[in-house]
Design a protein. Structure first.
Length: 173
């Protein structure tokens, strides 16, 4: 059995509300074992004998489209993949309190890093395969940039972003 971490895009944002117990039931109905959610933003931990993560992503996306009536891009990482990301910790030399994120995408992005947009308040520091490491920068009016919006718009791809602390905590689930 492989332990997977599903990061779902657009759960409990923009007026789309989904209770986590219902999301867990959807994953159980798909035949996954040990399904558990972590916080309210669409993070699900589960196990499956299936080794093809792309096939599982498609299976989950089809189920959620059927049940919810809208597309929910799904990004899976195995426990080993997530452990490798956390071990890499590209943010360890940053100042305490820095707003740092990891963005999950489907395919590796061919871009030179670092890649910044002062206007959007985002700095993409680097990548490891199909995971992007970024930092939010302050904008006028006390706001901060958010990597997901910038990445999807700039590169025309689906993505989902998590705070680095959330990512490290979910590994313990």
């Amino acid at each position: 059995m492989t332990k997977y971490f599903a990061f779902l895009r657009g759960i409990n944002v923009g007026g789309r509300v989904l209770k986590m117990d219902l999301l867990t039931r959807y994953f159980v109905a798909l035949g996954f074992k040990d399904a558990k959610t972590f916080i309210q933003s669409g993070n699900v931990v589960f196990t499956s004998p299936e080794k093809n993560a792309k096939a599982l992503e498609t299976k989950i996306e089809k189920k959620l489209l059927k049940e919810l009536g809208y597309e929910v891009p799904t990004f899976l990482r195995t426990e080993r993949e997530l452990e490798a990301l956390v071990e890499l910790d590209p943010f360890k030399k940053m100042k305490e309190g820095a707003k740092v994120y990891i963005t999950f995408i489907k395919e590796e992005l061919k871009v030179n890093f670092p890649h910044s947009s002062e206007k959007d308040g985002v700095r993409i520091l680097g990548a490891r395969k199909n995971d992007l490491f970024s930092q939010s920068l302050p904008l006028q009016g006390g706001k901060w940039g958010f990597p997901n919006v910038y990445i999807e718009k700039q590169f025309k791809i689906a993505a989902t972003t998590r705070n680095w602390n959330t990512t490290t905590k979910i590994l313990g689930k």
